[in-house]
Design a protein around this ligand. Structure first.
Ligand SMILES: Nc1ncnc2c1ncn2[C@@H]1O[C@H](COP(=O)(O)OP(=O)(O)OP(=O)(O)O)[C@@H](O)[C@H]1O
Length: 246
């Protein structure tokens, strides 16, 4: 599904990523871990299109996306969340999710708005159903009419996740998804992520969240991929323990 192939990134004399290669099969959740400065953010930026690699390729579903803009990646079904959740504070929770669906437009333009074509009404009903489905999945149904600005960060993070999921992304990138969450919210988020049938790549410092949530883990250190494997394999890897887990 996602293939990162021989990716290197230089910032001046610093090699932030050095020949990093791994694949995330469809439907799996992979975590990226590593000490500060390991290259996690840079890798994320390369996959989401904010940073162009000096060498190597990124492809999604067999399509080479290296050098393709973030907007065109979004059109190819890639979504990401941010360390600080990006939501519309002055919209309700349901409005936030609907807005994430609305960017495809209603079809038919002004004429359809005025006449209320049956096709348009069907589309609106389908959108309403999808909003309800995503809110349920993220445990937000009871908060659907709350304004996003009034919510604590943990719930705002779930709203951001709901927005990212709304139009069924093919690849979801989660940047530090547990930051600012309490223990209960972290458990809830882990359950939501595991229940998804979407391919997920996440960067996270909370080691127990990564170990509980991910199918496989990629370990970076000083720009190099020093290990990849299941949580158990990574936990027991002597190179990883020496570099990171201590
Ligand atoms: N824009 C930049 N200009 C110069 N150097 C950079 C830039 N961005 C990152 N670096 C360097 O690249 C290396 C990798 O940084 P990166 O932010 O990807 O690591 P990280 O694993 O995300 O770290 P952290 O856990 O602290 O967020 C570091 O040495 C960093 O100083």
């Amino acid at each position: 599904m996602l293939a990162v192939d021989g990716v290197s990134v230089w910032f001046g004399g610093v090699k932030a990523l050095d020949q990093v290669s791994f694949e995330v099969p469809a439907g799996q959740v992979h975590g990226v871990i590593g000490p500060n400065g390991a290259g996690k953010t840079t890798l994320f930026d390369v996959v989401s299109g904010l940073c162009r690699p000096g060498e190597g390729r990124v492809s999604v579903a067999g399509r080479d996306l290296t050098g393709v803009s973030p907007l065109r990646r979004a059109r190819a079904g890639l979504r990401r969340t941010f360390q600080r959740p990006q939501v519309f504070g002055r919209l309700t929770v349901a409005g936030n999710v609907l807005a994430a669906l609305d960017w495809h437009g209603g079809g038919g333009g002004l004429a359809a708005d005025l006449v209320g074509w049956p096709g348009r009404r069907r589309l609106e009903r389908e959108r309403g159903e999808r909003v309800a489905e995503v809110l349920e999945l993220c445990g937000l149904t009871a908060l659907r009419d709350a304004y996003a600005a009034a919510l604590p960060i943990g719930q705002r993070r779930l709203v951001e996740l709901a927005r990212a999921l709304a139009d069924r992304p093919s690849l979801l990138l989660l940047d530090e998804p547990t930051s600012g969450l309490d223990a209960d919210q972290t458990v809830r988020l882990g359950a939501v992520v595991k229940a998804l049938d979407t391919t997920v790549l996440l960067v996270e410092h909370d080691m127990s969240f990564v170990m509980d949530t991910c199918d496989r883990i990629v370990v970076l250190d000083l720009g190099k991929m020093i290990a990849t494997g299941t949580p158990d394999a990574v936990r027991q890897d002597p190179v990883v323990r020496a570099a990171y887990l201590g």
